[in-house]
Design a binder for this molecule. Structure first.
Ligand code: SAH
Ligand code: DHB
Ligand code: MG
Length: 235
């Protein structure tokens, strides 16, 4: 279950409306202000032929602000890609803060490390290569200090496993953000994506009943289509 599988969505595709994208571009330029290192990270992903599935700039800025308002010093990310969201979150860390990000593919990890270094964040960010379930078990076995903030954004089939690990590697008060919680309304038609639907819907059900999680979900539109994210707090 820990192996990477490419997304296979059948008839399901993002179709962002022109207005959503134009407004997002305006907000990015007027309010969000991603720095040059962040812009280069997105370009590096395009140049390397990676899928364009990093968070939007306004969502990345939200992650940074959530790290800051929660006072997080230790951040765990599951799913690195080119390091775009990792750089945003690391930019919200205080001096001495640390971010560990889990990535299955060596090529992605290498590009992410270069982007993190170019952003001046190499001392804060560690990219760990391998199936995330193995890395999470290793982090637990190492007996590291609890994580204050967890961002889950990898293979959707393991979303519920990652939520369980977030609780286990966190502490009461840990913030958990789960990306892709709406997935073009997959809950209305699970058959539209037989690979990802069970993991996404299962995670929503778990968020609603997990005794140690208190959660909500926000729907979003923009350049990545109709999607959303879950925000949870460990009790
Ligand atoms: N959070 C990133 C985007 C992550 S895309 C951003 O917003 O910038 C999802 C990433 O998860 C991909 O790089 C993919 O290779 C990785 N991935 C998929 N399955 C994985 C697994 N089982 N363990 C670790 N990483 C995985
Ligand atoms: C996909 C994965 C993501 O994490 C995302 O934010 C958007 C799309 C995908 O696998 O297609
Ligand atoms: Mg995502």
């Amino acid at each position: 279950m820990s192996e990477h599988k490419p997304s296979a969505r059948g008839p399901f595709e993002h179709k962002p409306q022109a207005g959503w994208v134009a407004v997002e571009d305006f907000l990015t330029e007027t309010v969000v202000h991603p720095d040059a290192a962040l812009q280069r990270a997105v370009q590096s992903a395009t140049d390397a032929g990676m899928p364009p599935i990093e968070v939007t700039p306004n969502a990345g800025k939200l992650l940074k602000l959530l790290v800051q308002v929660s006072g997080a010093r230790r951040v765990l990310e599951i799913g690195t890609l080119a390091g775009f969201s990792a750089i945003w979150m690391a930019q919200g860390l205080p001096d001495g803060g640390r971010l560990v990000t889990c990535e299955y593919l060596t090529k992605h990890a290498e590009i992410a490390r270069a982007n993190v270094a170019a952003a001046g964040l190499a001392d804060k960010v560690e990219v760990r290569v391998g199936p995330a379930l193995d890395t999470l078990a290793a982090l637990h076995a190492e007996g590291q200090e609890p994580f204050d903030f967890v961002f889950i954004d990898a293979d959707k089939e393991n979303n519920s496993n990652y939520l369980d690990w977030a609780v286990r590697l966190g502490r009461p008060g840990t913030t958990v953000v789960l990306d892709n919680a709406v997935w073009e309304g997959v809950v209305l038609d699970p058959a539209m994506d037989q690979v990802n639907a069970p993991g996404i819907i299962g995670a929503l059900e778990l968020l609603g009943k997990h005794p140690q999680l208190d959660a909500t979900v926000i729907q979003t539109v923009g350049s990545k289509g109709w999607d959303g994210f879950a925000l949870a707090r460990v009790r």
